[in-house]
Ligand binder design. Sequence first.
Ligand SMILES: [Zn+2]
Length: 275
Amino acid sequence: MPEGHTVHRTANHFNEVFGGKVLEVISPQGRFSAGAAQIDGLKLIEAWAVGKQMFLNFENDLTLRIHLGIYGKWNFAKFKEVVPEPVGQVRVRFIVGNQFADLRGPTACDLITTQEALVLAKQLGPDPLNPDSDSSQESRFVQKITTSKRAIGLLLMDQSVVAGIGNVYRAELLFRARLDPYALGSMFPESVIRGIWHDAETLMKVGVATGIMITRDELLDALPAKVDRYFVYKREGLPCRVCGTEVSIALMASRKLYWCTKCQTPPATAAKIET
Ligand SMILES: [Zn+2]
């Protein structure tokens, strides 16, 4: 499943290629024919994202909500004269000029009113990639974490606590802050959780700009395509880059968790919980 930075990249691409233009919208597979008919021939006002969900606002106050889920995929391409025949199960195809976008296998592809989309977006957690002027998103994040009796490793994966963080960023953010994933949210001082929020903003912006998740600062400028970019993610059994201890792996809420048991410690006086 893509993490939030990928969804924001897709929304940016939609705005660049399709924004403000009248789109041809079809459902080659047929499963979205009725929906496509309601937005075909209309102008796309704006594409936006919250966490892992993308929203396309059309000029008739309808919004297409898309969540790729595990199997969903986008394909963007240009063509010369005739748009190519769809390959496979294309749920929706968007065409403008000589460019098209094909959407396959999304978990959600629903046409709702723009008002409903705004209500839905508010129910999602704060998104480090959606800047706000009054830091209200950061405050919501801090409040949700520091009042919770759940493990911070679980909280960072909960889309109602923070939208857009997935397994890679979860593991790397906790390592960068040297935090024990099993320590409870309420054990942490606000300043530590604010630090996590700002680090998430920084890392995910790099993800949006480059399309690559890079979490080791010494690699940020080089943006290497293929190099081990992470501190702990998928490095179980290998020596920790900081202390040399073998990186650990465990299942937390049925997702793989990677961390260094020596570097990542609970706040003082913390008691661990079992998950
Ligand atoms: Zn270590």
